[in-house]
Write a protein that binds this ligand. Sequence first.
Ligand SMILES: O=C(O)CCC(=O)C(=O)O
Length: 347
Amino acid sequence: MALLKAEKSNKSNQQASHHQGIAHHLFSESLNSPMSSLRAYSLSDPPNDDPRNFLYYIPNFITESEEQALMKQIYDETGSDHDPPPVVKKTPAWMKNLTTTANANKLMSTTANTSVKNDRWISLSNRRLKNLGGVPHSNGLIQVPLPSYVQELKQLLSTRQLNVDQLLNANSSERAEDEEKQQQESLWEYNQVLLNEYSNGKGIGFHSDGPLYHPLALVLSLESGAMIHFVETVRNDSETKERLVHSVYLEPRSLLIFGGPYYYTELKHGIKDGMQDEITDQCLNRETIGKSVGEQVERGSKRLSLTIRSCAQIEKKLEERTYSATETNEINRRANWWYNSINEKEQ
Ligand SMILES: O=C(O)CCC(=O)C(=O)O
């Protein structure tokens, strides 16, 4: 009897650890399903014959159950709407006592008035967002820990060979020398993620992601779809206009990848407001999504996207360390700068 009990408990322990080891990975289904060569997902030949330019669309990058589990984690995270953080003018007394990473992180998420709430939703005029991993800044990114669901997503990207350096060098004949590459390794990680939540057909104005990042962006769409447009700016004597170059319909669970001097720097991208998107002959992936020119695609009431990028310059390495009051103040100052600059762009 005792033996039977011991055997039973052994078995359930094994089952539990099996469960923890495999089933607990958010993307275990996708991790086990290999993807065909990235080339198969390319939407256009490299513009200007420059192999550094690429635009990929991967439908069903994650499964439906993974999408549900991911959304649950996103919404289970601490955090609710909050007012914009006020500009911190001087280090408040309560901040001076912060000494550890844990405290610095607490600072980022606390509800006190003077704090910067990096892991909290920030409401802009047309969307809510979370700035994960730290604030991109010209002096470098001061890293803060990425949530576990982003770490797991990074693992999936890596398993599918979609690492930063693989994408940026994939078509390049001049691969960095090993030694140099190793030095760069830490700078070539995905370290910054913007989580956007759009409601009732709202979009995002045309913009480019700028020089603070390596010239590469990955967009994972969740819950509902929307059309992203790439435009070029045409200037003549009297006016400056935006001319549509390409559109890509982003289905839920799909991954869009774009990069290089053309797609990342020269063109701007954005999503128009509206509850419907019309498929035009400029929509490059209409066959992949099974739609024809002239069809209207309804948007759902809510769409989430994770824009995954790599800040080119990191000021502080992520480790258990001490943040001085001055550094803490600086983290806050940058978060406020970021908040104010992004908010102005929205107006
Ligand atoms: O939500 C999207 O699909 C686009 C997001 C975007 O353009 C950005 O985060 O820069």
